[in-house]
Design a protein around this ligand. Structure first.
Ligand SMILES: NC(=O)c1ccc[n+]([C@@H]2O[C@H](COP(=O)([O-])OP(=O)(O)OC[C@H]3O[C@@H](n4cnc5c(N)ncnc54)[C@H](O)[C@@H]3O)[C@@H](O)[C@H]2O)c1
Length: 249
């Protein structure tokens, strides 16, 4: 049991087909007690129930600082501690530069970057007191390759911000016993793809991926498990590529 009795907050975890929920389930299987946060409060509660009675769902719009503080306080009231934070909430848009509006920029940046900032600032005082904690930000291969299939420039920039935020938190918080890392997934088969990529498109991505397929949410959940648990006790400030070998060629 790699996360026995560890309390984990995962944002953007309401979709049963998403990375957040797969991570919640994987962590629960390793003994964690999981708080699933999402802008869709009812969905988060349903998603938690699906995993088991000891897990809980909370409504939280990560763009809103007070909402993040309130959600973390509610988790502390219900569970007594927070050991792990996974900043997973994200919105993707494929709009090109000149087709993106101010509102597009605000939405995409605010959920991925400001959201990770708000949530981290809400849990760090508590982690600092306990001199222990692990934070994982979900970035994207889009940050490394300049967008592409699922994301326009604003999405790539938001994911770059999330990855760099992890790195700078790692530097600042290491003396407090808090580790911070990021994951850069390649294409993952979730609802984020709906309306952006059909089966033929997924097939083309799979063909150009050395391991010959697109990722499933569990691929990312397993990487999260590594970075959240003591398996990675001496790892901080990294961006872990989970992309089937996309960078080989
Ligand atoms: N699917 C991919 O190919 C892929 C690749 C690289 C990175 N990612 C990233 O992985 C993360 C999870 O995405 P997914 O593919 O599971 O998609 P998803 O759409 O299933 O999950 C995103 C979740 O975030 C929630 N959310 C949106 N706005 C929110 C807000 N303001 N506050 C709280 N929650 C909010 C949504 O309700 C949803 O449940 C995202 O950050 C995404 O950018 C996905």
């Amino acid at each position: 049991m790699l996360l026995k009795d560890k309390v984990t907050i995962i944002t953007g975890a309401a979709s049963l087909r998403g990375i957040g929920w797969a991570t919640a389930k994987r962590f629960a299987d390793e003994g964690a007690r999981v708080a699933l946060l999402d802008i869709d409060a009812a969905g988060a509660e349903r998603a938690a129930k699906e995993i088991g009675a000891q897990h809980r769902g909370y409504g939280c719009d990560v763009r809103n600082e007070q909402a993040c503080r309130d959600a973390v306080q509610a988790v502390l009231r219900d569970f007594g501690q927070v050991d792990v934070l996974v900043n997973n909430a994200g919105v993707s848009q494929a709009h090109r530069l000149l087709d993106s509006s101010q509102d597009d920029w605000d939405l995409v940046m605010d959920v991925s970057a400001r959201g990770a900032f708000n949530m981290s600032r809400s849990v760090v005082p508590h982690m600092r007191e306990r001199r222990s904690g692990a934070i994982v930000n979900i970035g994207s291969v889009a940050a490394q390759r300049g967008g592409g299939i699922l994301g326009g420039p604003h999405y790539a920039a938001a994911k770059g911000a999330s990855q760099t935020l992890a790195k700078s938190m790692a530097r600042e918080l290491a003396p407090d016993g808090i580790r911070a890392n990021a994951i850069a997934p390649g294409l993952v088969d979730t609802d984020l793809l709906i309306g952006k990529l059909d089966d033929a498109g997924k097939g083309r991505v799979a063909e150009s991926t050395p391991l010959g397929r697109v990722a499933v949410p569990l691929d990312i959940a397993n990487a999260c498990l590594f970075l959240a648990s003591d398996l990675s006790a001496f790892v901080t400030g990294i961006v872990l590529d989970v992309n089937g070998g996309l960078h080989i060629h």
